[in-house]
Design a protein around this ligand. Structure first.
Ligand SMILES: CC(C)(COP(=O)(O)OP(=O)(O)OC[C@H]1O[C@@H](n2cnc3c(N)ncnc32)[C@H](O)[C@@H]1OP(=O)(O)O)[C@@H](O)C(=O)NCCC(=O)NCCS
Length: 180
């Protein structure tokens, strides 16, 4: 996990985090994911990796963001990423994505993929910043709004260079190298 400047930390998501995750989820997506989905992901899905971004405060730790992926054969598929609205626009989403991509580097996939709503220009800008490119479109993919999904990928054919670049981003953002 990426070591972050205090008071922020990243760690694997636990079942006890789900209520806080659901609050952020409901503030972030038109159709919230639901408790059972996260329970299944954390307890049943061996292909899933989920993390939370937490902030330490006077009243203890609070979850301010989360993200996850599935490791399916040679493909890492980013399933979700969200930051509490009060914490957006200050690099938190970037930390979450950067850490997911560093985890992906350890798994040696052929590519990393994701879907994003056509209207979600903020998330698309974040993904482009991390060298995702648009490779396709799934028409009316989102059943809640009927919106199209844009399919974006990072090709890991140049993984050593890409993963080296990610490690340099860590130093730029935190002043510290990646540690295991
Ligand atoms: C997408 C999301 C996770 C980004 O998190 P964030 O903490 O707000 O983003 P950051 O502050 O880390 O910004 C990282 C990059 O995102 C993009 N970005 C962030 N806010 C932006 C804005 N208001 N307008 C355009 N681009 C923006 C930029 O590329 C930014 O890099 P920069 O600061 O060098 O310009 C957050 O907006 C969110 O939770 N949205 C709701 C859930 C969602 O849409 N998830 C994606 C599903 S595919």
């Amino acid at each position: 996990m990426l070591a972050l400047p205090s008071p922020y930390s990243l760690r694997p998501m636990a079942v006890a985090d789900i209520p806080a995750v659901l609050v952020i989820d409901s503030l972030s997506f038109p159709t919230p994911a639901g408790e059972q989905l996260f329970i299944n992901e954390l307890t049943d899905n061996k292909l899933a990796f989920y993390q939370v971004l937490t902030r330490a405060g006077e009243r203890g730790e609070s979850v301010v963001g989360y993200a996850g992926f599935w490791n399916i054969a040679d493909e890492i598929h980013i399933s979700t990423i969200a930051v509490h609205p009060d914490e957006r626009g200050r690099g938190r989403g970037e930390w979450l994505l950067l850490n997911l991509l560093l985890e992906a580097c350890r798994m040696n996939p052929l590519l990393v993929t994701l879907e994003v709503r056509r209207s979600n220009s903020v998330a698309q800008a974040l993904y482009r910043k991390y060298r995702f490119v648009e490779v396709g479109m799934r028409r009316r993919y989102y059943r809640d709004t009927g919106e199209d999904a844009i399919l974006m990928t990072v090709d890991f054919a140049d993984a050593p260079d890409y993963c080296h670049w990610l490690a340099e981003r860590v130093i730029e953002l935190t002043g510290r190298p990646v540690t295991d």
